[in-house]
Design a protein around this ligand. Structure first.
Ligand code: MG
Length: 164
């Protein structure tokens, strides 16, 4: 169990505070990005300016790809279009199938790819199942700021502790 729950970088930061040079130092060339909670609040349609700027900078350095479990093609396609990124919706993380097809498109070596997400039981597990690096970030609220208390993650951490 331990290996599929492994978080390579438990950042305790919102995505826009993740250092691109730190990622480069760790050999990252490509990033799979979760959408809801990670780039914007799932109840919001507005991508925070801080996130947009982070994406713009990251695009200069990495190959980016959105990978969302959200079943709404309309929502994820709109976000992907706004950021001008490739995407998968309805990805069924921690199922591997859709994520593997995105990885195939990206074409980098697994050791040079990381997934960034706000959940252990979807983003982190699928990352480990696909042998890529895993980065946990803070969930964003409707104002684009990291939420102070994340109940989902707290429960996931608790369960992880017991199943380790
Ligand atoms: Mg999420």
């Amino acid at each position: 169990m331990r290996s599929i729950l492994k978080v390579n970088w438990d950042s305790n930061l919102p995505i826009y505070a993740i250092s691109q040079s730190e990622l480069q130092k760790n050999g990252i060339h490509s990033l799979l990005l979760d959408v809801d909670g990670t780039l914007l609040n799932r109840k919001s349609n507005m991508i925070p300016k801080s996130v947009k700027n982070w994406i713009i900078e990251s695009k200069k350095l990495f190959s980016l790809y959105l990978i969302s479990n959200n079943p709404s093609k309309k929502r994820i396609a709109k976000i992907a279009k706004e950021l001008n990124l490739r995407y998968k919706y309805n990805a069924s993380k921690p199922g591997k199938k859709v994520t593997l097809s995105a990885l195939k498109e990206i074409g980098s070596e697994p050791k040079n790819i990381a997934i960034i997400g706000d959940r252990i039981f979807t983003d982190i597990i699928v990352g480990n199942r696909c042998n890529i690096k895993t980065i946990l970030v803070k969930r964003l609220n409707k104002n684009g700021l990291p939420i102070k208390f994340n109940l989902t993650l707290t429960i996931e951490r608790l369960i992880s502790y017991f199943i380790k």
